[in-house]
Each structure stands twice: as structure tokens, then as C-alpha cells.
Ligand binder design. Structure first.
Ligand code: MG
Ligand code: ZN
Length: 225
């Protein structure tokens, strides 16, 4: 990056953060709790979303916004198939969602009729972390086959992160994955990080994550009163 380009990048980030604040205000006024789910491709973002819907849909009104780089509706179709409204945002090839994209998505969601908005970011562990959306919690889905050195290799994603879901724990017997090494690496970067080891395949551990989420949704409702 040339020295001249630094202020331009800062300006773009600043403009994004301003829009993120407006998004947050729109969500807060509607009493909606919003989570931004980030992960590498294949870690299990959509599977986590489907398990979360399965656990909460009887008591929590949910909508999903799907960020995709290509105009494919595979993920949003899976969400719609279980009866949950899903809005697809095509990033036009961009490898992350930004706050103005979320604003466009929010316009298509009936915020007054939901309690929880799940945003599925583009599958990428690098730049989605740099773009605030206005969501209330950033969640990363890591998975066992990706390896236990992820926190050491992708430190930026862990800052400003609230929850780390460690998916595919059903594969632990077959993969060299040291859970303690992984957690220590993430804790160094973010000491308040909350971990939920889960298997979206078997359902193990999912209720601990959805109970955490239910509490946060309740808190958000009380703030909106
Ligand atoms: Mg997906
Ligand atoms: Zn990007």
C-alpha cells in the first residue's frame, strides 16, 4: 500500500462506520438483536444458522440476511425451506459485506415482526472483520478440520469478536486438533471471547449457544422498551 492511499482507506472505513451506527439505530429502535456470522468457506455458517433456527424458531421470530459474492441462492433457499424469511445480498464479487450493503438488506426485512436478525457474511476470514455492519455481536464459526492454529494465523478476526463457535467437534477423534492450544491462541487476542464447541451434524453443544443467544435477545427487548 502506498503512503498516499492510507488516508483514502481511512476515509472509506470512517464512512462505513457512520452507516454502521445508523444500522444499529434502526435495529435498536425495532428491538431486534442482530448477529454477524463470519467464517472461512465450509466452516458451517449456514449449518449453524439452520441449527439455531431449529432450536429457537418456536419462541423467537427470526429473519436471515445472506451475503454472497455470486447471485446463487443456495443458502437463502435452505433458510426459506424451513419457513424463515431470507434476504439475499449479492456483493457483486466483493469478498465481504459492508454497512451500506446491510442497509439495503434491512430495507427488505420487516424488522417490527422479528426479534433476531442473523447476517451470514461472505465466507472469508480476513476482511469481513474490518467492516462494521451495525450488528450487536460478531460471531465466528471455526471448524475442527481447519486446524488449531487459526487464531495464530488470522489474529484480526478475533478482535471485536464476541462469540467463537467451534463446529464439527464430531470429527475430533479423526483430526489432530488441540482444543486447548486453539482456545489459548484466541484468548490471547480477546480475553472476553465466549466459546461454544458444537457439532451441527449431531446437535451436540448447540443448546449452550442458543441459550446464550436467547438471553441476549431478551436483554435487547428490554432495552427497546
Ligand atoms: Mg453458507
Ligand atoms: Zn473483502
Amino acid at each position: 500500500m502506498s503512503p498516499e492511499s492510507v488516508p483514502v482507506v481511512e476515509k472509506i472505513m470512517d464512512a462505513n462506520d457512520q452507516v454502521a451506527l445508523l444500522n444499529r439505530k434502526i435495529l435498536d429502535e425495532a428491538g431486534v438483536f442482530a448477529i454477524n456470522i463470519m467464517a472461512s468457506p465450509g466452516a458451517g455458517k449456514t449449518s449453524t444458522i439452520l441449527r439455531t433456527i431449529e432450536a429457537l424458531a418456536s419462541e423467537v421470530r427470526i429473519a436471515v440476511i445472506e451475503g454472497d459474492t455470486a447471485p446463487v441462492t443456495i443458502d437463502s433457499d435452505k433458510v426459506k425451506a424451513v419457513g424463515i424469511p431470507a434476504v439475499q445480498i449479492n456483493t457483486g464479487g466483493s469478498c465481504h459485506l459492508d454497512a451500506p450493503m446491510l442497509t439495503r438488506g434491512l430495507e427488505k426485512v420487516d424488522l417490527n415482526s422479528i426479534d433476531l436478525l442473523i447476517i451470514e457474511n461472505v465466507g472469508n476470514l480476513i476482511c469481513p472483520a474490518s467492516f462494521k455492519l451495525g450488528s450487536h455481536a460478531n460471531v465466528v464459526v471455526a471448524s475442527i478440520p481447519e486446524g488449531d492454529d487459526k487464531p495464530y494465523k488470522y489474529p484480526n478476526i478475533y478482535r471485536g469478536l464476541e462469540v467463537m463457535i467451534i463446529n464439527k467437534i464430531d470429527l475430533l477423534p479423526y483430526v489432530d486438533f488441540n482444543m486447548e492450544y486453539f482456545r489459548n491462541g484466541a484468548k490471547i487476542l480477546n480475553e472476553n471471547l465466549v466459546f461454544f464447541p458444537v457439532s451441527c451434524k449431531t446437535g451436540e453443544g448447540v443448546s449452550k449457544w442458543t441459550n446464550w443467544l436467547k438471553n441476549r435477545i431478551k436483554q435487547q427487548k428490554e432495552l427497546a422498551k
